[in-house]
Ligand binder design. Structure first.
Ligand code: ADP
Ligand code: MG
Length: 140
């Protein structure tokens, strides 16, 4: 299995509850290494651009409002099969459906305020990493 990268966001519901370290610990314990990390306040324009793929979905406006409601921590994660490894430790989108031991089961407040984002494919991981990071900010 190849070492690959994925993109993660610790969302405002988690930063608000001071869970940056707790969430990162679960990522690290799942075999992922944080090779880039920064805490930012997303602009509306950034959030709309990042979630453009969801712009036709009924929750788009609320999702953008939520993602700019407080700081987020954007991260690049590296590990074997990083996209799947991260999705596995994140758990299902709706915490009510998430498996025990996952980040969303442990910490998420709701289907919207679900603590973490993770890329869903290698292709999207690259696009999402490039959206927030320059290559010289990523140190493996
Ligand atoms: P995931 O984050 O698990 O990849 P999606 O890509 O389908 O899930 O959705 C992106 C984000 O939009 C979710 O993480 C969640 O914050 C929000 N979201 C998804 N579905 C809903 C919904 N039915 N109602 C409100 N917010 C939602
Ligand atoms: Mg998604």
């Amino acid at each position: 299995m190849a070492v690959t990268r994925t993109f993660s966001i610790i969302k405002p519901d988690a930063t608000r509850r001071n869970l940056t370290g707790a969430v990162t610990k679960m990522l690290e314990e799942a075999g992922l290494r944080v090779v880039a990390s920064k805490r930012i306040q997303m602009t509306r324009k950034q959030a709309e651009g990042f979630y453009a793929v969801h712009k036709e979905r009924p929750f788009f406006g609320e999702l953008v409002d939520f993602m700019i409601s407080g700081p987020v921590v954007v991260q690049v994660l590296e590990g074997e099969d990083a996209v799947k490894r991260n999705r596995d430790v994140m758990g299902a989108t709706n915490p009510a459906d998430a498996d025990e031991g996952t980040i969303r089961k442990t910490y998420a407040e709701s289907i919207e305020a679900n603590s973490v984002h993770g890329s869903d494919s290698d292709e999207n991981a690259k696009i999402e990493i490039d959206f927030f990071f320059n290559e010289d900010e990523i140190v493996g």
